[in-house]
Design a protein around this ligand. Structure first.
Ligand SMILES: Cc1cc2nc3c(=O)[nH]c(=O)nc-3n(C[C@H](O)[C@H](O)[C@H](O)COP(=O)(O)OP(=O)(O)OC[C@H]3O[C@@H](n4cnc5c(N)ncnc54)[C@H](O)[C@@H]3O)c2cc1C
Length: 428
């Protein structure tokens, strides 16, 4: 294949973490590699990851990692054996990016800058001789006799597409979330055109639109709460931790985690509710006693002031409204039934999940190219020879905590290794 008067063994589509790891590893193993990236620079999404800090990976053990990945973490066994958390940490350290491990076995750059991780990956790739061409949007891939034959792309300078012959293409175009970063799902379309099956694409790790709304809230974080996802009366999943109250509904770490199952249930037309326990550390009896104690200590305060001793202001109003008890009622006049009512509401507020937030707010795409159509030992397509599929384009997703970037590096690395190996084998 030829481009800019140079021949390339492998063309990588997409300059995100999966594409760069694929390109770097293939180059390391002797292949000449061209990366075609649609945006003005590679790794736009990685640069904003982890709230700009980039949760690079997780040091959770191998089996635990696999357990957390949906719909089938076992698909990743070979990729993770080739390249796991220690490997990306070593690679980044060697490129001058020091790393630190934080609570929850999350690894971050010591500088706290995702930008540093992106620049290090680009530098590493380029140092191995990879040519990265930005503003190059791949529009078509042609196959003949079930083998990759050519790739077409348009550039900023020329809207007329350029077609180059090639026998190895690695698709690393990401998912559909945060489309402004360049991940718009085009890769999925290219692959569907080549005969690949796509499982439904869903925005996950995302806030949820819920009812009732908590009025007057611009964004409030509640710590140490328990949130339970329920469908048709059945408990699906439980999470402890932070809950963010948003004008549209609920978000925060607990909700992002639960959103994976919630969005899937909604997509199947199933009902979905969230039960919030605002005081999970206190059992019903202890909580009743605590409220009684507060009333005895501050006998002259109103019901709303009593609630404010238990919750932030906006939440106190909301909870009291849910109980139907007037805010101005004197606390010492609350009956036993009133106190039980307050206690029960603190322990269980039910929110109906109407829908999820959209693609521009979702951290990850669930669904993608069916895993049945990709060889987990090489990442090569079972449908088109010479075509490799990696990263978020695949039907694989993990929770927050560094899993999704690790999936990108590991699948990219394995594809780069496999494609370069094929090139060398064919040369012999
Ligand atoms: C806000 C946010 C925060 C996140 N934080 C974390 C975190 O801290 N830790 C973590 O593990 N994960 C995090 N993730 C998820 C993680 O960033 C992604 O899973 C990961 O970037 C996927 O890597 P990828 O290489 O497969 O795809 P992407 O990073 O999406 O890269 C795909 C690339 O392909 C390019 N492209 C697309 N179509 C074409 C085309 N037709 N031609 C040429 N190029 C094309 C795109 O421009 C893009 O550069 C976060 C995601 C978001 C949105």
């Amino acid at each position: 294949m030829e481009h800019s008067n140079k021949k390339y063994d492998i063309v990588v589509v997409g300059g995100g973490p999966a594409g760069l790891l694929a390109a770097g590893k293939a180059a390391m193993d002797g292949a000449s590699v061209l990366v075609l990236e649609k945006m003005e620079k590679p790794c736009r999404k990685l640069r904003i990851s982890g709230k700009g800090r980039c949760n690079i990976t997780t040091t959770k053990p191998f089996d635990e990692f696999i357990e957390e990945v949906k719909p089938n973490g076992n698909f990743l066994r070979d990729a993770l054996k080739e390249f796991f958390a220690n490997d990306i940490i070593s690679l980044l350290n060697a490129m001058g990016v020091a790393t630190v491990e934080e609570r929850g076995q999350r690894v971050f750059p010591a500088s706290g800058k995702a930008w540093d991780v992106a620049e290090a990956l680009i530098k590493w790739t380029k140092s191995l001789g990879v040519n990265i061409e930005c503003h190059s949007s791949v529009t078509d891939i042609k196959a003949a006799n079930s083998k990759v034959e050519s790739i077409s792309f348009s550039t900023k300078e020329s809207r007329n597409s350029t077609t180059i012959g090639c026998s190895k293409v690695i698709i690393a175009t990401g998912g559909k979330s945060y489309p402004l970063t360049g991940s718009t799902g085009e890769g999925h379309q290219l692959l569907a055109n080549l005969g690949h099956t796509l499982t439904p694409l869903l925005p996950v790790l995302v806030g949820l639109n819920t009812q009732p709304k908590i009025s007057d809230t611009k964004g409030l974080t509640l710590k140490n709460v328990k949130v339970t996802l329920i469908s048709n009366g059945k408990t699906i999943e439980e999470e402890f931790g932070e809950l963010e109250i948003m004008p549209y509904g609920l978000s925060g770490p607990t909700i992002l985690k639960l959103s994976r199952n919630a969005v899937e249930l909604l997509s199947k037309g199933k009902p979905c509710e969230l039960e919030v326990d605002l005081k999970p550390a206190l059992g019903p009896e202890k909580l009743f006693n605590r409220i009684e104690r507060d009333i005895a200590t501050f006998s002259r305060i109103s019901a709303i002031e009593l609630m404010r001793k238990l919750l932030p202001s906006e939440m106190a109003f909301f909870v009291l409204e849910e109980t139907g008890i007037g805010g101005q009622k004197v606390a010492s006049r609350l009956s036993k039934a009133d106190i039980e009512n307050i206690r029960d509401t603190l322990k269980r507020i039910v929110f109906k999940v109407k829908s999820s937030r959209g693609w521009d707010e979702a951290i990850i795409t669930a669904g993608g190219v069916s895993l049945k159509e990709v060889n987990p030992k090489t990442m090569e397509s079972n449908i088109v020879k010479g075509l490799y599929i990696v990263g978020e384009t695949l039907d694989l997703d993990g929770p927050t905590g560094g899993y999704n970037l690790q999936i990108a590096y590991s699948t990219g690395w394995l594809a780069g290794k496999s494609a370069a190996h094929e090139i060398r084998t064919n040369e012999k």
